[in-house]
Design a protein around this ligand. Structure first.
Ligand SMILES: NC(=O)c1ccc[n+]([C@@H]2O[C@H](COP(=O)([O-])OP(=O)(O)OC[C@H]3O[C@@H](n4cnc5c(N)ncnc54)[C@H](O)[C@@H]3O)[C@@H](O)[C@H]2O)c1
Length: 366
């Protein structure tokens, strides 16, 4: 039996980072490579408000039949794609996901973070469920070698029973969505039961058009007794000053993870070598030793692995690794942290009585 070929449409072409006209990372290009690598997908259309971005994307990843649109709704109506990849900024995700589900897409793969508000995140999940569409979010670190290795070691008992996971990064929302997702990945997808958090907003900060905290922390509880601790801050400002005018890589200055068990510790992203090393301290050796990492070696490989998985899951009844069910739980932790800070109270989950973004409410003085 021959494998099906799916038609793919992309919303938000962007430009690869560093290229003229780039406004971000141009994530769509990594998505396109991922679909091409499956051998079961054909790029039929791309929509971007900036026509040269869409044209350049179609020239690079499509063929003579690939259609270019300025209006994504017109594209959905005219091409009725099997799969839609959404690579725009977070404030646009909800309307695009909902429109794709309503246009009959079988699978929708959207960039992270889900959305700037908790209500929009839930609206996307509901729209996909109502339409029977498979919805995924690009938390591609689930496929990256260091994190896969850390989880495997922890699950094999290399540090005894997991007690606490500590994660640090720039912010709760843009990067934090990955770290909350990793926390749930490490605890075996156990739903969190409560969050207590605090944020500081002493400077104006936004990423991809969404206002976020200057610094913060979230303590997350699980029924199993495991605890998560996420600390955030713009490490660029905390880093050593440079005299040549360049900025230090934020992640090199402190984005890391530590898994603490009853008999040992695993660290991912040892200071200064983020994303490259996993080291372990336990009774098997006299000091730290480095673990061999197995999995996708870099960003694009991991994105392609996520896409291969979600394509294979279409119509199979299997839950994709990047499923909306997982994304909604990590997203809940972001908004629960903000709500905890706003209310000065522990938030028991599921997160009720929040529809917007509690940090934005605080910024607005509510
Ligand atoms: N998974 C990751 O690790 C990762 C890394 C970086 C960025 N991201 C996420 O990817 C998303 C996209 O970021 P990016 O850096 O690729 O953005 P980008 O700025 O490179 O590209 C966005 C494109 O969307 C287009 N666009 C804007 N409004 C549109 C509309 N109404 N219709 C069609 N096109 C429209 C813009 O013209 C632009 O070409 C963000 O949510 C970001 O957080 C994820």
């Amino acid at each position: 039996m021959t494998e099906p070929t799916y038609s793919v449409a992309v919303i938000g072409a962007g430009r690869p980072r560093g290229k003229e006209g780039a406004t971000g990372f141009g994530m769509s290009h990594a998505h396109a490579k991922g679909y091409a690598a499956t051998g079961h997908c054909k790029l039929v259309a791309v929509a971007d408000l900036v026509e040269p971005n869409a044209r350049a994307f179609a020239d690079e990843h499509g063929d003579d039949d690939t259609q270019v649109f300025a209006d994504f709704r017109e594209m959905l109506r005219k091409t009725r794609p099997d799969i839609v990849s959404i690579c725009t900024w977070p404030g646009l995700h909800a309307d695009m996901v909902v429109a794709s589900a309503e246009a009959g897409a079988r699978a929708i793969h959207c960039e992270k973070p889900m959305a700037p508000t908790w209500g929009e995140a839930r609206r996307m999940a509901e729209a996909a469920a109502n339409a029977g569409a498979q919805l995924t979010f690009n938390h591609q670190r689930r496929f990256e070698a260091p994190y896969r290795t850390a989880r495997r070691l922890a699950r094999e008992g290399a540090i005894g029973d997991l007690v606490q996971v500590q994660l640090s990064c720039g912010d709760m929302f843009d990067w934090g969505t990955h770290w909350f997702d990793m926390l749930l990945y490490y605890v075996g997808e156990e739903p969190a039961t409560w969050v207590i958090g605090q944020v500081d907003r002493s400077t104006t900060r936004s990423v991809f058009g969404v206002e976020m905290e200057t610094q913060g922390l979230a303590h997350v509880g699980f029924a199993s007794g495991v605890r998560g601790l996420v600390t955030t801050g713009d490490y660029l400002h905390d880093g050593p000053a440079r005299t040549d005018g360049t900025q230090p890589r934020r992640e090199a200055l402190g984005a890391m993870q530590r898994l603490i068990g009853t008999t040992g510790v695993i660290e991912v992203g040892v200071r200064g070598t983020y994303n490259e090393r996993v080291r372990i301290l336990n009774g098997d050796s006299a000091g730290w030793h480095e673990a061999e990492t197995i999995g996708a070696g870099h960003f694009e490989e991991a994105i392609a692995a996520g896409i291969a998985d979600l394509v294979a899951c279409i119509g199979s009844g299997h839950e994709p690794e990047l499923s909306v069910n997982k994304a909604i739980r990590s997203t809940e932790l972001i908004f629960a942290t903000y709500e905890s800070s706003r209310r000065r109270a522990r938030i028991d989950l599921p997160l009720a009585s929040v529809d917007g973004n509690p940090l934005h409410d605080m910024i607005a003085g509510h």
